[in-house]
Design a protein around this ligand. Structure first.
Ligand code: NOJ
Length: 513
């Protein structure tokens, strides 16, 4: 791969707990992931991004990290993580891990020390009384009281105390953590809640000093060969967003504007143009994201009257046409994969999994559900263990010795209806979502990736552009079928009708020379 492998990469997101269970205890793990590396190779991805895999009490699915220098025992061991990195590299797959610099875990050594000794509280935000009326992003107050009467700040769950980035030890610790994992061969780091680290008395979003942190991190990354920093930066102001991607800061950042778009030609076109206008002047490649472990799955989202995504708007029970959503999700995937830059695929997206909306309340684990008093269903519905094979749950999710009659049930229940969506069922079905992703990723590797695009004239309900390689992408978001430009159709998200591109369908064409 080139010096800049990340600029046009297809990155597959692994939510480890729900990917594959190698020891039959009901939770996904490194053994399960390692046994499915050939599947990922065959899918045609360039890199894997794993959500946090460190020891954690799981107050927020692992985003409450207790120890950065080890692996959560449910997932495996440090030695297994090192083997996994080697095995992925042998297959030509890069490995990206998650770090969470905004907050820690109440089970971390530093927080336990702070609880035991009030003189050791400066690495966090402790005060005699709440310093402001900030609300936790998951609901409720952002301040929690400890037994001796002081309060600490947590922008998320009480299990996630915020770090105080005014303390130099916090800076040193994270630079050491980066080196710890870069030394073990990790190729990149996804930075959680990247814009929230620095706090003033009245604000915490996107304060200028945060950029000093990332300039320093960039120096650390540049001590190594081809290591990248990816920001989780939710900022509507594109000028502010672009500051994170200056040449001496992060390499890329997630494009949440695109992810939040409605299935609407004007909104998508606006977002694509805005994204390119933001990234081109600073020379950073855009990213294209349709799904992740925090958002309603596209098959469900696109089947609703309101197809956009907004946090807190994930209200279950909304009427949903899953067939329509599925068709649009296929079209959206080809659109996203044809755009210049890198693309993310969230596990299960390639299987066309819908959101699971009817989970019994007692199995829900996302703190967003509990802290909103049940008014927000939370994110468990997009984190259901993957269906790999077979006709009934657990659909081959458990692949290890513990499977069979004695195996534990997956940590979240899978719907019976997923028998049609297993990777095994889709492998031999040429029209499946899995095969659409495989073919698209393979063509993308040959013809797309980094570069620019040129819009083609089209009706207002149609998005049509060509790429440097000559590949043309046309998406019809209108109700009526439309003619395609001249060229050989290489791939389409649904069948053409009398040579026309139907509603909610994308086609890729090669120009005739
Ligand atoms: C963003 C992560 O993607 C999400 O899952 C997590 O709950 C918050 N940051 C807090 O770490």
């Amino acid at each position: 791969m080139s010096q800049t492998w990340w600029r046009g990469a297809a990155i597959y997101q692994v939510y480890l707990r729900s990917f594959a269970d190698g020891n039959g205890d009901g939770a996904g793990d490194l053994a399960g992931l390692r046994s499915h590396l050939p599947y990922l190779k065959d899918l045609g991805i360039d890199a894997i991004w794993l959500n946090p895999w460190y020891p954690s009490p799981m107050a927020d699915g692992g985003y409450d990290v207790a120890d950065y220098r080890d692996i959560e025992p449910v997932f495996g061991t440090l030695a297994e993580a090192e083997r996994f990195i080697e095995e992925a590299h042998e297959l030509g797959i890069k490995v990206i891990i998650d770090v969470v610099p905004n907050h820690s875990s109440t089970e971390s050594a530093w927080f336990k020390e702070a609880l035991a000794n009030p003189a050791a509280r400066d690495r966090f935000w402790f005060a005699d009384e709440p310093l402001n009326d900030w609300q936790s992003i998951f609901g409720g107050s952002a301040w929690t009281q400890v037994p001796d009467g002081q309060w600490y700040l947590h922008l998320f769950d009480p299990g996630q105390p915020d770090f105080n980035w005014n303390n130099p030890e916090v800076h040193q610790e994270f630079e050491d953590v980066l080196r710890f994992w870069f030394d073990r061969g990790v190729d990149g780091v996804r930075i959680d809640s990247a814009a929230l680290l620095i706090k003033s008395d009245t604000a915490y979003e996107d304060l200028d000093e945060v950029h000093d942190v990332y300039r320093r991190w960039r120096e650390v990354a540049d001590e190594y060969d081809e290591r990248i920093l990816i920001g989780e930066v939710w900022l509507p102001d594109q000028e502010r967003f672009a500051r994170y991607l200056r040449p001496d800061e992060l390499h890329t950042a997630f494009n949440f504007d695109f992810l939040s778009c409605a299935w609407d030609p004007a909104d998508l076109r606006r977002s694509i143009d805005l994204t390119l206008a933001t990234h081109t002047p600073i020379g950073a490649p855009p990213t294209w994201v349709l799904a992740n472990h925090d958002v309603t799955r596209p098959v469900t989202r696109y089947g609703r009257a309101d197809t956009s995504f907004a946090h807190g708007g994930a209200l279950h029970g909304t009427p949903t046409d899953l067939e329509l959503g599925y068709r649009r999700a296929r079209a959206a995937a080809l659109l996203a994969m044809a755009l210049p830059g890198s693309v993310y695929v969230y596990q299960g997206e390639e299987l066309g999994l819908p959101e699971v909306e009817d989970l019994p309340d007692e199995v829900r684990q996302d703190p967003m559900y509990a802290r909103s008093g049940g008014t927000n269903p939370g994110r468990d519905g997009c984190r259901i263990p993957l269906p790999w094979s077979g006709d009934e749950p657990p659909f081959g999710f458990g692949t290890g010795a513990g499977t069979g009659a004695g195996a534990a049930r997956p940590w979240l229940p899978q719907p019976e209806s997923w028998r049609k969506l297993t990777a095994e069922a889709q492998r031999t079905d040429l029209g499946s979502m899995l095969n659409l992703y495989r073919t698209a990723l393979s063509l993308r590797r040959e013809l797309l990736g980094d570069g620019t695009l040129t819009w083609l004239p089209s009706g207002e309900k149609v998005l049509a552009f060509t790429r440097d390689s000559g590949l043309t992408c046309v998406t019809n978001l209108g109700a009526e079928p439309v003619p395609l430009p001249a060229g050989e159709v290489l791939l389409a998200s649904g069948p053409l009708v009398d040579g026309l591109l139907p509603s909610d369908t994308t086609a890729w064409l090669a120009q005739r020379s």
